[in-house]
Design a protein around this ligand. Structure first.
Ligand SMILES: *[C@@H]1O[C@H](CO)[C@@H](O)[C@H](O)[C@H]1NC(C)=O
Ligand SMILES: *[C@@H]1O[C@H](CO)[C@@H](O)[C@H](O)[C@H]1NC(C)=O
Ligand SMILES: *[C@@H]1O[C@H](CO)[C@@H](O)[C@H](O)[C@H]1NC(C)=O
Ligand SMILES: *[C@@H]1O[C@H](CO)[C@@H](O)[C@H](O)[C@H]1NC(C)=O
Ligand SMILES: *[C@@H]1O[C@H](CO)[C@@H](O)[C@H](O)[C@H]1NC(C)=O
Ligand SMILES: *[C@@H]1O[C@H](CO)[C@@H](O)[C@H](O)[C@H]1NC(C)=O
Ligand SMILES: *[C@@H]1O[C@H](CO)[C@@H](O)[C@H](O)[C@H]1NC(C)=O
Ligand SMILES: *[C@@H]1O[C@H](CO)[C@@H](O)[C@H](O)[C@H]1NC(C)=O
Ligand SMILES: *[C@@H]1O[C@H](CO)[C@@H](O)[C@H](O)[C@H]1NC(C)=O
Ligand SMILES: [Zn+2]
Length: 441
């Protein structure tokens, strides 16, 4: 009773405070480059998205493309998507289905990224929100929300939705393990683990802070929004825009909110609305500004162990923060900050969002070895984050039977802890010379 009235209240609250500030949307160009967007046309619309299906056990609608000439493998991948959809649906009460464009393909054939016998880290795949929308948040700050989250808010008016919420791309050149394959081998990666991890990024577990100007990175800022000036050849800076994730980031040593830093960054050149002749002028002026020192300071935090965490907005209890991955030196775009601290959360029920996946260990085994959390792979800290962001998180146990054949996940091999980490790539990030795209809009 109390719970349902609280839910009703939060819904009422959401409907009233989330007003659409402006229909500004950013579309992902390529899921391999999750921080590169182009501005999309998304006029305000009313009404709910088309009701594609309502499978209350699996609220993910996956459009799947398999380019591998092995139907058995393609079917296993497809089945794993259904399992991942069920696992997440058992943890989040989706009001509207989440649409995913998923592709399973050879990165060697398609991108000439071929592994050799000595490769220890291989790109497994990635997923990111297909469209993020600028929404005026409850604290008066405009942030980028993944479309999947905006859809859950049942807004009367919302920016036009694109057909997919999440774009996902997975590399077929790896030795994956699937349910039904028998015991997992030490060099195999559980495909289900990979998808659940990547879909969490797609639902919003990703920072907007990145170095959008330099490679290698030297200074981090939120997404740099610019538009083409309508009456001159220049570009108008419309602000450093945080992702919803960034609202919860705090500097653990001082308790300072990252949003506070964003606010100071947004005083650059007099703030949003400043006109620049071209992107080079923007870059040189920003790099010479006092705000640039703040961006460099954020870079220092992002490469200092346990320097940044996630805390709900009404809390200042640092001990409760979710510690983010800031131990990677040098900084690795996509791996740093957008994951939980590897050291802290290995062997805990929040193992899922570490930047490395354990080879030789299935998702089911990881759950059991880390304490057999009743909620399954989506751990308690990750659930908190999802709930702060605006998803309705369910507090119910997730039946192990969803994961698959128990005779395999319960048979944990003796070398399960002798693992070779492998890297998923949302988890690594290509360079971002996105300015050209934006200036040419
Ligand atoms: C799905 O994504 C793939 C790869 O990004 C793309 O080639 C394809 O056109 C997309 N499919 C649809 C229906 O948009
Ligand atoms: C462009 O037009 C706006 C009004 O539409 C005006 O306020 C602004 O000063 C103009 N900028 C330039 C550079 O002419
Ligand atoms: C924001 O940061 C400034 C400068 O570091 C500081 O003076 C101010 O107290 C901070 N405000 C909050 C609310 O943390
Ligand atoms: C950018 O604008 C500045 C100032 O107007 C000009 O000096 C420079 O040549 C321009 N650069 C490019 C690449 O157009
Ligand atoms: C913060 O707000 C949430 C609801 O949004 C509530 O459940 C929680 O108890 C609050 N925490 C504090 C410390 O006030
Ligand atoms: C996790 O636990 C295993 C076995 O107890 C241990 O070998 C491993 O070092 C632990 N990992 C971390 C990162 O603490
Ligand atoms: C883990 O929990 C499930 C029920 O959630 C139970 O069936 C299973 O026996 C437990 N496994 C271990 C190793 O404790
Ligand atoms: C979730 O349910 C368990 C028991 O089923 C209970 O112990 C726990 O307090 C609940 N958590 C929340 C946040 O309601
Ligand atoms: C458990 O797996 C090992 C190989 O990892 C295998 O040799 C053994 O027969 C399996 N045991 C059962 C009961 O399936
Ligand atoms: Zn990741």
């Amino acid at each position: 009773m109390r719970l349902s009235s609280l839910l009703a209240f939060s819904l009422f609250f959401l409907l009233n405070i989330f007003r659409i500030f402006a229909s500004t949307c950013w579309d992902l160009v390529d899921p391999r480059r999750p921080k590169e967007f182009i501005k999309a046309d998304c006029p305000t619309e009313s009404g709910n998205p088309p009701n594609l299906k309502r499978d209350n056990d699996d609220m993910f609608v996956v459009t799947f493309t398999c380019t591998v000439n092995d139907q058995t493998l393609c079917n296993k991948v497809k089945t794993a998507f259904t399992t991942a959809g069920k696992l997440i649906t058992a943890s989040i009460a989706f009001k509207t289905p989440v649409t995913v464009n998923a592709t399973f393909t050879s990165f060697c054939v398609l991108y000439n990224e071929c592994s050799t016998p000595t490769t220890t880290l291989i790109t497994l795949g990635g997923a990111a929100p297909a469209r993020t929308m600028e929404i005026l948040d409850s604290d008066g700050v405009t942030r980028l929300f993944p479309q999947s989250l905006v859809k859950q808010m049942n807004l009367d008016n919302h920016p036009a939705y694109s057909s997919f919420d999440i774009l996902a791309l997975f590399n077929s050149d790896t030795n994956y393990w699937f349910d039904g394959d028998g015991p997992i081998h030490a060099d195999q990666s559980d495909f289900l683990f990979l998808i659940v991890h990547e879909l969490m990024h797609g639902l919003g577990f990703t920072t907007g802070y990145e170095d959008y100007l330099n490679n290698p990175a030297v200074a981090l800022t939120p997404y740099i929004a610019v538009t083409q000036s309508s009456n001159s050849s220049g570009i108008i800076f419309t602000g450093f825009v945080e992702m919803i994730f960034d609202k919860f980031m705090v500097i653990l040593s001082t308790g300072q909110r990252i949003s506070n830093i964003t606010k100071q960054l947004n005083t650059f050149a007099g703030g949003p609305g400043a006109l620049f002749a071209n992107s080079s002028q923007f870059i040189s002026q920003f790099e010479a500004s006092s705000q640039y020192n703040l961006a460099k300071q954020v870079m220092t935090y992002a490469t200092t162990p346990k320097a940044i965490g996630l805390l709900p907005v009404n809390s200042s209890d640092i001990s409760q923060a979710i510690i983010l991955e800031t131990s990677l030196v040098p900084y690795v775009g996509g791996s740093s900050v957008s994951h939980v601290d590897y050291q802290t959360y290995s062997n805990t029920s929040d193992f899922l969002m570490r930047y490395l996946q354990d080879r030789g260990k299935t998702l089911g085994q990881s759950i059991i070895l880390s304490g057999n959390y009743s909620g399954g792979p989506i751990g308690p800290k990750l659930r908190s984050f999802l709930s702060w962001s605006g998803y309705t998180v369910l507090n119910q146990s997730v039946p192990f039977s969803i994961i698959g054949d128990s005779s395999y996940y319960l048979n944990i091999s003796s070398d399960a802890n002798n693992i070779i980490p492998s890297l998923g790539y949302t988890c690594t990030l290509a360079t971002l010379f996105f300015f050209w795209f934006m200036a040419s809009q």
